[in-house]
Design a protein around this ligand. Structure first.
Ligand SMILES: *Cc1c(COP(=O)(O)O)cnc(C)c1O
Length: 426
């Protein structure tokens, strides 16, 4: 199947797995740690990465491989490596280009777990981060770049502040300095935005969210576009022999996908954070309806955002699909087919009124999750972002009264009715 020329809807359903004659119609769950070979040389060649194939599920597994191919096809990348979680995807994505003594420029509008990963854990590993507002000018971004800066990192649609990234602006600064732009594309999914078209070099995902879409499986993914010049002098580990792999040179042995080859050979192998076959199977099932779900999530969210915006008990609504959103022009450029199901809003009466609203919702549940088929709400300041300082909350765009709403694919009238009755009690 020549996947590149097919449309996204077809790829969502069919890419990644093509059964041969008499084989299972849907990709089987290969629940096996290892794979049998008839002679020692075959296994030695696999270990040396001389021949492609499977030998141990920590490095690669046929079910996970099918999911990786599906995600790569949808994003328009050359390769994808799936991880145990979105956190693992972002950690590995940074570690693959930066080491102790290096520096990364990040957009400050970030998921709370990513802020914690960068400012605590990766800092302990010796990697330093500088945060800039999404509205930073190219000059301000440029001024933050140092000789040891190895990447620019941002979220295409931020969780939870729903700030839309000006991908081209961040890409221009990254490329002027010979470093990759890494974007977390979890919220738009490739159905609503394909960041490679706008200059991103690496895409990460928490597949836990819309790609699975049913709140069944935690997972992550890292996708490589395939045209970044790793030989520009800034990334010696890509062009020098890797002694831990008998002198393998990633740009020479894997010219199509050196970033992904290095990711698997070093970080997936040594940290041991791959995705597991059963989760990959469930995520693939979810992805077969991704195009239908993202369309409905976006329609429902826009309708509910309009309803809330006109409701007398609601103080403010931020959804980039609304004309009133400061990010509406960026959304028209980067998210022309919809802005996903996530928005945030505040109730008149602040944090306490917001809590009363959340307690009285019947269809929309309070869960520490987002981006699945069921409508749910969350109060980031006291839940997902509670480890952040006040300054970090402000930088992440999280006010104390902010309620994050993830709109599902239920009937829109039922959702409006539920919010209406709960707002009356707030
Ligand atoms: C949820 C999320 C993550 C973390 O993913 P997990 O699968 O929970 O580890 C990272 N980035 C974004 C934008 C997210 O929404």
């Amino acid at each position: 199947m020549s996947e590149k020329r097919l449309h996204k809807e077809t790829l969502a359903v069919q890419a990644g797995y093509t059964p041969g004659n008499g084989e299972p119609r849907i990709c089987p769950i290969v629940q096996s740690t290892t794979f049998k070979y008839d002679d020692a040389q075959s296994v030695a060649d696999l270990f040396d990465l001389k021949t492609p194939g499977f030998f141990y599920t920590r490095l690669a597994n046929p079910t996970v491989d099918a999911l990786e191919k599906k995600i790569a096809a949808l994003e328009g990348g050359v390769a994808c490596v799936c991880t145990s979680s979105g956190q693992a995807a972002n950690a590995n994505a940074i570690l693959n280009v930066a080491r102790a003594g290096d520096h990364v420029v990040a957009c400050s509008s970030l998921y709370g777990g990513t802020v914690s990963l960068f400012t605590n854990t990766l800092k302990k590993c010796g990697i330093e981060f500088t945060y800039l507002l999404p509205s930073a000018t190219e000059e301000e971004l440029q001024a933050a770049i140092r000789p040891n800066t190895k990447a620019v990192f941002a979220e295409t649609l931020c969780n939870p502040s729903v700030v839309v990234l000006d991908i081209e602006k961040f890409a221009r600064v990254a490329h002027a300095n010979g470093i990759p732009l890494i974007v977390d594309n979890t919220f738009p999914t490739p159905m609503l935005c394909q960041p490679f078209q706008w200059g991103a070099d690496i895409i990460t995902h928490s597949t836990t969210k819309y790609l699975d879409g049913h709140a069944s499986s935690v997972g992550g993914a890292i996708v490589e576009k395939g045209d970044f010049d790793w030989g520009n002098g800034k990334f010696p580990e890509f062009i020098q022999p890797d002694e831990s792999y008998h002198g393998l040179v990633y740009t020479r042995n894997f010219p199509q996908c050196p970033y992904s080859a290095k990711m698997r050979a070093q970080w997936i192998r040594d940290l041991g954070n791959p995705q597991m076959a059963f989760n990959a199977f469930l995520t693939m099932l979810g992805m077969e309806t991704l195009h239908l779900r993202m369309e409905r999530h976006s329609q429902n969210a826009l309708a509910l955002a309009r309803f809330l915006e006109s409701h007398p008990k609601v103080a403010w609504v931020n959804y980039p699909g609304l004309e009133s959103s400061p990010d509406h022009p960026l959304a028209q450029k980067y998210l022309p087919h919809g802005c996903s199901g996530v928005m945030c809003f505040g109730v008149k009466g602040g944090k306490e009124a917001g809590e009363r609203l959340m307690d009285n919702l019947k269809l929309a549940a309070i869960v520490v999750h987002v981006a699945d088929v069921r409508t749910c709400v969350l109060h980031p300041a006291s839940m997902t972002h509670r480890q952040l300082s006040e300054a970090e909350l402000k930088a992440a765009g999280v006010s104390p009264d902010l309620i994050r709403l993830s709109v599902g694919i239920e009937n829109i009238q039922d959702l409006c009715d539920d919010f209406d009755q709960a707002l009356q009690k707030a």
